[in-house]
Design a protein around this ligand. Structure first.
Ligand code: NAD
Ligand code: TDX
Length: 337
């Protein structure tokens, strides 16, 4: 198979590329198209740099000419679109690049897939497009209405709608995956779990939003990567597949687990001003992925979290370099005030 992966230098994309290169015997070529924004990091891929099947191209998914040149250069079986602006807090601060990358970028890729007759397009989406659940509501199924609440999730929902419109209008073979919160190695340390691990390791405060009781459903990144791959291979065109870990925890429970595993004092946890529009709860019903794709999450959360903490302990240089950089000012530098 010949595959284009976009956003492959990010957290999930890099884990996905390494997983399929290691596990799938039928991969002839992977082209990783990534702009290397503040979140992209080639260090995530050093294990596969010398694999002759792997090719990196620095480029922007919103750039028509770049995308056309890459997609028309070979007969590709699959495009998997991980590339996105992915952090909710940043989308509240400045939503322009979210609309640009997440919606326009997806449209540019869809058009290139259509023109060049790529066999399948897989859009990597999120549980956040469904909006928020109360404590009593059942988990999201693929039939839940799309009611996103943040600029990030609204841009991802827009991309999902575009993908389905290309399936309905142009008969482009599209599958969409929607997954809950990922954790694991190589996650950018602005996200909740790696931020709290790395701060706690340095005895810094752990800023818990609101009352800390918001609930997320955590899944190991390799379970997600396996889910995306199963949808690429066995998914039905025009369908959406939910993936989740079945691990619902309040944020404060996670913060306490991290502090305990690291042997730190929980006085490091500090309640701070809530995120505006903070979704209360996400939980995924992944029955369809299990029955139609044969997928189930394999990682146990307790041991997965311990191993992740160990990874951050063993790879201090990886996150210290990021945290010492200028990533917080990324948008002002690139897009102005
Ligand atoms: P990430 O922020 O770690 O990585 C995103 C990657 O996309 C980076 O390498 C970045 O350089 C690249 N990128 C950004 N703009 C680009 C552009 N214009 N052109 C080319 N490359 C560009 O994100 P992640 O956490 O790995 O998420 C990957 C995908 O999975 C996203 O689409 C996200 O919406 C989705 N998702 C994430 C989670 C999660 O918990 N992290 C859960 C469900 C779905
Ligand atoms: O400093 C923090 N303090 C805090 O209490 C941060 C960064 C987060 N939080 C809370 C907010 C959320 O309730 O922790 C929870 C998780 O926050 P994030 O890591 O920012 O993730 P979330 O907003 O849930 O979105 C994630 O899951 C779905 C990813 O970032 C998205 O890309 C994915 O689509």
């Amino acid at each position: 198979m010949k595959i284009i992966v976009t956003g492959g230098a990010g957290f999930i994309g890099s884990n996905f590329i390494k997983m399929i290169l290691a596990d799938c015997s039928n991969i002839q070529k992977i082209v990783n198209l990534d702009l290397l924004t503040y979140a992209g990091n080639l260090a995530n891929l050093k294990d596969v740099e010398s694999d002759s099947r792997y090719h990196f191209i620095k480029g922007d998914i919103t750039d028509y000419d770049t995308v056309e040149k890459i997609v028309s250069a070979d007969k590709f079986d699959l495009i998997v679109n991980f590339a996105a602006e992915s952090h909710v807090d940043r989308s509240i601060y400045d939503s322009r690049v979210f609309v640009h990358t997440n919606i326009l970028g997806t449209q540019v890729l869809l058009d290139a897939a259509k023109r060049n007759k790529v066999n399948r397009f897989c859009q990597v989406s999120t549980d956040e497009v469904y909006g928020s659940l109360t404590d009593k509501e059942p988990s999201f199924t693929e039939d839940n209405p799309i009611t996103p609440s943040s600029p990030y999730s609204a841009s991802k929902a827009g991309a999902d709608h575009l993908c389905l419109s290309y399936y309905h209008t142009h008969k482009l073979d599209v599958v969409i995956t929607r997954c809950s919160n990922n954790y694991g190695p190589y996650q950018f340390p602005e996200k909740f779990i790696p931020l709290f691990i790395s701060n706690a390791m340095d005895e810094k405060k752990l800023p818990l939003y609101g009352d800390g009781k918001n609930i997320r459903d955590w899944i190991h990144v390799l379970d997600h990567a396996a889910g995306v791959w199963s949808a690429c291979i066995n998914g039905k065109a025009g369908e959406v597949y939910n993936f989740g870990g079945g691990n619902e925890y309040g944020n404060i429970e996670i913060a306490n687990k991290i502090v305990d595993i690291l042997g730190k004092d929980n006085s490091l946890i500090e309640l701070v001003r809530d995120r505006p529009g903070h979704d209360w709860r996400y939980a995924m019903d992944y029955t369809k992925a299990t029955s139609e794709l044969g997928w189930i999450p394999k990682f146990n959360f307790e041991s997965g979290l311990k191993d992740t903490i160990e990874w951050y302990q063993e790879n201090r240089a990886w996150w210290e370099e990021i945290k010492s950089g200028d990533y917080l000012n990324y948008y002002e530098k690139h897009y102005g005030k």
